[in-house]
Design a protein around this ligand. Structure first.
Ligand SMILES: O=C(CO)COP(=O)(O)O
Length: 255
């Protein structure tokens, strides 16, 4: 069985004091958790500070993006090598906010995926359909296209020791989570699609759900067999709410 991974995507939130207080809160709330992997992805500005603060805890460090280039004249970017250098373990790639606001294509995201893996970190590939695509019955087609960009460029082995986050765009920040059954159906589709290439890779790949996960709806989502944790936005900014989600994932894993 897959050990769940619950990761907080802090997005563009935080300051020195908040980073310190939130991580101290998480360390005390999560001190007894053993059967769920936990990560936080603060803004890149605060990664080094967070790395110092999580010392001695089981919390791993994540980043929200990486540039496709390793070094050189690319003003304003952060490379995978730099992220690795400051202690990052997971790198979120292809988040819908980057696809929308930064026009990131499936092809660019596949290249970033390769760069992050080559640097020795774990990519967290975000995929998911918009509300219009959902209503048009295109959920599986969109997810397949987003997965195929990586599968075709890098092969199914790329998903060995990688994470996929199914985040329906209509559920992000809206308070309208997918139902456990809705999410499970897509997660199963994702796993089966990868299994067509390699059953072993499909069996081990962590598939998180993301989109309005909170302390109230997490436990039911985690009862589903193909939901292996969550990528949490808003609720990851409060230590107590995030801890409830982590403990719900741990409970479901132990059950
Ligand atoms: O985008 C998300 C995580 O990457 C989800 O955000 P919310 O949990 O705020 O809906």
């Amino acid at each position: 069985m897959r050990k769940p991974l619950v990761m907080g995507n802090w997005k563009l939130n935080g300051n020195n004091q908040m980073v310190k207080e939130l991580i101290e809160g998480l360390k005390s709330e999560l001190a007894t958790v053993t059967d769920c992997d936990v990560a936080i992805a603060p803004p890149s500005m605060y990664l080094s500070q967070a790395e110092l603060l999580i010392q001695g805890s089981k919390i791993a460090l994540g980043a929200q993006n990486a540039d496709v280039n390793i070094q050189g004249a690319f003003t304003g970017e952060t490379s995978a090598a730099m992220l690795k250098d400051v202690g990052v373990h997971y790198v979120i790639l292809g988040h819908s906010e980057r696809r929308t606001y930064h026009k990131e294509s499936n092809e660019l995201i596949a290249k970033k995926f390769a760069v992050v893996k080559a640097a020795g970190m774990t990519p967290v590939l975000c995929i998911g359909e918009t509300e219009a695509e959902n209503e048009a019955g295109q959920t599986e087609a969109v997810c397949q296209q987003q997965l195929d960009a990586v599968l075709n460029a890098l092969g199914s082995d790329a998903f060995n020791q990688a994470v996929i986050a199914y985040e329906p765009v209509w559920a992000i920040g809206t308070g309208k989570s997918a139902t456990p059954a809705q999410a499970q159906a897509v997660h199963q589709f994702i796993r089966q699609h990868i299994a067509k290439h390699d059953a072993k890779v499909a069996e081990q790949v962590i598939i998180q759900y993301g989109g309005s996960v909170n302390a109230d709806n997490a436990a039911e989502l985690f009862t589903q067999p193909d939901i292996d944790g969550a990528l949490v936005g808003g609720a990851s900014l409060k230590a107590d709410a995030f801890a409830v989600i982590v403990k719900a994932a741990e409970q479901a894993y132990k059950a």
